[in-house]
Design a protein around this ligand. Structure first.
Ligand code: NAP
Length: 494
């Protein structure tokens, strides 16, 4: 710790904390701080409700492919989930109920999009302005805006010419009836595999444009029988054992990704056998089978997606898209297909993190400039030059195998420990040391070598091919790395 070390003394006024984003991350942070006596908290949320990604992603079939016994807060375990992987509405209700019952909900100001956060060096305060023209101030800001919140639609030539209807899968237009329509879905990632079987049942014709095939594993996700539900509800240890088992199952996925030549190959064979069984048609199978290392892109879980591709009203197109036309989509072989609706399931601008929000730190430094060559942060949480600013689900904290809730809880506890140092000390700012952050970034990047993550293009990589999204190891390693905030890695000033 580079400090003017002194005998700790209590601050003259309570520490004020502003959290941007009221999804799983922001709510976890608010809860953790309140539980430890930091109560001057405000959350600003762009959406009209608490929920983050679970508010926005309401496409048909939206669910979390991470089982709910794991994809839930450790301190708010529920034993009445309807099935293994809960649907979107159930997860949204869960998160909103946690926010309500914990007293965090009233601290959230919804429909409030933050435009800019600027550090005032003379006062050691963050000044936050919103699109609605409001200004807020705080000693500390926590940016919990998520990695997957800005829809990305590829800038294909002619996109503006399309005369039909179109929308992004994360902003589903529930007022548009797909029944009887000719529908195109562009993209075949985790979102598309969930809604394609539903769209296939409604649309007259469905054309799925696939750029890259995906590794798939089964997920039936039936509703729990009344007997199973009763057992889970009455015998709490069943829940605990399931959670633990799922934790290690997820860690085994990471193990496979970290060891692509051994366990990764075995997982690949398992996935291939499953896909083979789901796709009896050889031509369709050849199109849908990936040709890169298992786990390089996110592995997808569905027992319904591949059979949907074989339905008579569904076509899988692998010819690259050349342009969008007034009628529909033209592929590079010159074929034009007409559509009434195009659904862009083309992912998110994941590597831009907090953008388009402007963040200006000490010395007028713009965070977007600091991250010009790729986002980086110590443990995904702190950036030199940005005092008393914390990120949640920041750079290199995504998980390909595990539950993001584990990471968010770990981050919340780490931030709380940092703030306890501010609260009890005589300091106004806490800032990670530049050499600590540089070294942790170097070590993080080094750990990708030899893993499946380096074997293909994916949304984990930024424009320069640097993996800015994923934690390169196991959940347990991230928990260990963040368990104890180390004041020696930070400067305390002001
Ligand atoms: P995504 O995984 O990024 O998929 C985007 C899709 O669009 C890919 O198939 C991509 O092809 C395709 N694409 C992009 N640009 C294209 C172009 N110009 N032409 C043709 N195809 C194009 O997005 P997502 O499905 O929304 O999922 C994003 C992430 O959200 C997931 O990886 C996951 O972390 C999370 N998610 C989680 C769940 C869950 O159940 N837990 C559910 C949904 C989403 P390429 O592969 O060739 O790039």
């Amino acid at each position: 710790m580079t400090t003017e070390q002194a005998t700790p003394r209590t601050r003259s006024r309570p520490l004020e904390v502003l959290i941007v984003g009221a999804g799983f991350g922001g709510i976890a942070a608010a809860l953790e701080l309140r539980r430890h006596g930091i109560t001057e908290i405000k959350l600003l949320e762009a959406a009209p409700q608490v929920g983050g990604t679970w508010f926005y992603n309401s496409y048909p079939g939206a669910a979390c492919d991470v089982p709910s016994h794991l994809y839930s807060y450790s301190f708010a375990q529920r034993r009445d989930w309807s099935r293994l992987c809960s649907p979107q509405a159930e997860i949204l209700n869960y998160l909103q109920a946690v926010a309500r019952t914990s007293g965090v909900a009233p601290l959230v100001q919804t429909s409030c999009r933050v435009r800019r956060c600027q550090f005032d060096e003379t006062r050691s305060r963050w000044m936050v302005s919103t699109e609605g023209g409001e200004t807020h101030e705080a000693d500390v800001i926590i940016l919990a805006t998520g990695q997957l919140n800005r829809p990305s639609i590829p800038p294909l030539p002619g996109r503006e010419l399309f005369a039909g209807h179109s929308f992004h899968s994360s902003r589903w237009d529930h007022d548009y009836a797909l029944a009887g329509k000719r529908v195109a879905v562009v993209g075949t990632g985790a979102s598309a595999v969930q809604f394609v079987p539903h769209v296939a049942r409604q649309a007259a014709e469905l054309t799925v444009f696939q750029r890259t095939a995906n590794w798939m594993l089964p997920r039936r996700n039936r509703v729990y029988s009344p007997l199973v539900r009763r057992l889970i509800e009455r015998l709490p240890w069943i829940q605990a054992i399931r959670r633990r088992w799922l934790f290690y199952y997820c860690e085994s996925l990471t193990l496979a990704i970290r060891h692509p030549r051994t366990l990764g190959r075995a997982f690949g064979l398992r996935a291939k056998a499953f896909m083979h069984s789901q796709l009896p048609d050889a031509a369709l199978r050849a199109k849908a089978m990936p040709d890169y290392a298992f786990g390089c892109k996110r592995v997808l879980f569905s027992s319904h997606y591949l059979p949907a591709l074989a339905l008579p009203n569904v076509e899988l197109v692998t010819e690259p898209i050349a342009a969008v036309t007034e009628r529909g989509i033209k592929t590079e072989d010159g074929q034009e297909r007409g559509f009434d609706c195009i659904i862009w399931s083309t992912g998110f601008r994941a590597s831009e993190f907090v953008a388009p929000m402007g963040v200006v730190g000490a010395g007028g430094k713009e965070l977007s400039d600091v991250w010009r060559n790729g986002a980086h942060a110590h443990l995904g949480l702190t950036v030199p030059g940005f005092p008393s600013l914390f990120l949640m689900y920041g750079p290199n904290t995504n998980t390909s195998g595990g539950s993001i809730i584990f990471y968010l809880e770990a981050q919340a506890a780490y931030i709380r420990q940092a703030l306890e140092h501010l609260r009890t000390g005589r300091f106004a700012r806490v800032e990670v040391l530049a050499e600590v952050e540089a070294e942790s970034d170097r070590a993080t990047q080094e750990r990708f070598a030899g893993t499946a993550w380096t074997g293909c293009d994916s949304w984990y990589l930024d424009g320069q091919g640097r993996n800015v999204a994923n934690w390169p190891g196991y959940m347990r390693e991230y928990l260990a790395a963040t368990r104890a905030f180390d004041p020696a890695e930070y400067s305390f000033t002001g």
